[in-house]
Design a protein around this ligand. Sequence first.
Ligand code: GTP
Length: 597
Amino acid sequence: TELSKIRNFSIVAHIDHGKSTLADRLIQSTGTVQDRDMKEQLLDAMDIERERGITIKANTVRIDYVADDGEHYVLNLIDTPGHVDFAYEVSRSMRAVEGSLLVVDSTQGVEAQTLANVYQAIDADHEIVPVLNKIDLPAADCARVAEQIEDVIGIDATDAIQVSAKTGIGIKETLEAIVTRLPAPTGTRDAPLKAMLVDSWYDAYLGVIVLVRIMDGVLKKGDQIKMMQTGARYGVERIGVFRPPMQVVDELGPGEIGFITASIKQVRDTKVGDTITHEKKGSETALPGFKPSVPVVFCGLFPVDSSEFEDLRNAIEKLALNDASFSYEMETSAALGFGFRCGFLGLLHLEVIRDRIEREYNIELITTAPSVVYHVYAKDGEMQELHNPADMPDLSTIDHLEEPRIKATILVPDDFLGDVLKLCQDRRGIQLDLSYAGSRAMVVYDLPLNEVVFDFYDRLKSVTKGYASFDYQMIGYRTDNLVKMSVLVNDEPVDALSTMVHRDRAEQRGRAMCEKLKDLIPRHMFKIPIQAAIGGKVIARETLSALRKDVTAKCYGGDASRKRKLLDKQKAGKKKMRQFGRVEIPQEAFISALKMD
Ligand code: GTP
């Protein structure tokens, strides 16, 4: 295709503002897919994504469009993941296209993720076309939202397109705007091949599928290619485009977006952002800005039933095949037995993987407290990364610790501002900015990531009744007074409950943890002390009193079936229990104990 007839774009939006619906409409209205094949949300392939209403893997689609000028255009839409955990993938996808549709729900206005994503688009030098969606709804207020786009984001919204992705109003105008307002890509056909590896995923039939954007040169079937970062070499087996079903093509030229397969065994062998070139007469220079995404949140995953360890290994290996940003290594815990220490891009990523293991592989899991990566500096000056509080070296050998900090942006209606400020303050936040956009406040905080990983989203949602939106980025490491808090149940340390806390909060956290555990651990036939300690020093303590009667005692002697039922119930409950010394702790205790109120 001629460069001047290509338009590459992405859609940026806050969750639920209608990105998928608009994408479906654009595809549908150009006849790219027959109506009868049209599934509700074409771009969200995986069930789990649909259920959660979020887009995880970047997808792409090629749309043919005959514009009002009578010319045939090829429009390539790259779908970007909407969630903050996948910020790096978003920024990659953005560099593969020249423009963005900025979709804002005209009944809601600009939200935190709108901002985060649109800044990425601006960073990538995109031409941006604002689209005000959901104008079919009575609450739509286009004038107000357009003004907000100008005030908060600082881009011209006078020519914003008014759309209802639901009814189809404004779809034609959107397609025309893509053609007339977004720039065509540039590139040289005769230059050495330079293709950006935008995304990759594992397909059971085809192996690894690699999504590429050709910058310069031409990629053909049978070409010998090389990945510039990893040095890996492959022969190209298939080249194609998504319409959205895969369609094989002969070649991809400059400005084009499509996929290749090349007998690549695992997604790990393909690094998002890498440059693909020809093995011979290839490009000398790689595309700028390659940066692998690194896991920032770690937690242990253990099977509730220890006989399922091999099944868990199998599940984790399979999931890792398709997700290069998910890392794992075997872990043994005195309390929980064999399991895996896993690294994730963020909390949502963690939840998605955990859910998939539980649902798709039917393995019940114990998840230990999520922990961030600390930098531990020894007295001799050497730095070690700490992924697991259980591995914390002896205090006497440590000089100081650093923890990761984030810059969090929160948009919230005025009424809830006080509660949000209090929440951020409670989590050791430092306020960086506070401004207003209409009746909503925008607060920017510098926060320790470890205060956010467990239940910050939940707390934020609950104190603002769901009206706040939140986004964050990592800003670096900073020293603070951090200590490891251990938990002892009946004098036995429960390593899975160890956490890193700020020294000033340790007593309060320790007390809360002991109180919680006291409610969560069932009473036994003996008294159980529950303690929190730093080093050897106990900082909080509760005692769970002994149980006198056994459960069946209150049944009348004769009713055997009732008695059996009770015992069965007890047995079922036991499956989810873990034995610690003489004490049994239910699985929920691990998760609940670490939530703070
Ligand atoms: P994520 O995939 O979660 O990022 O959301 P999204 O931005 O893709 O939003 P999606 O397209 O799933 O739309 C969210 C909800 O808004 C759905 O219930 C849609 O049916 C609805 N919706 C989308 N566009 C319109 C519109 O123009 N009018 C109305 N009334 N509803 C719409």
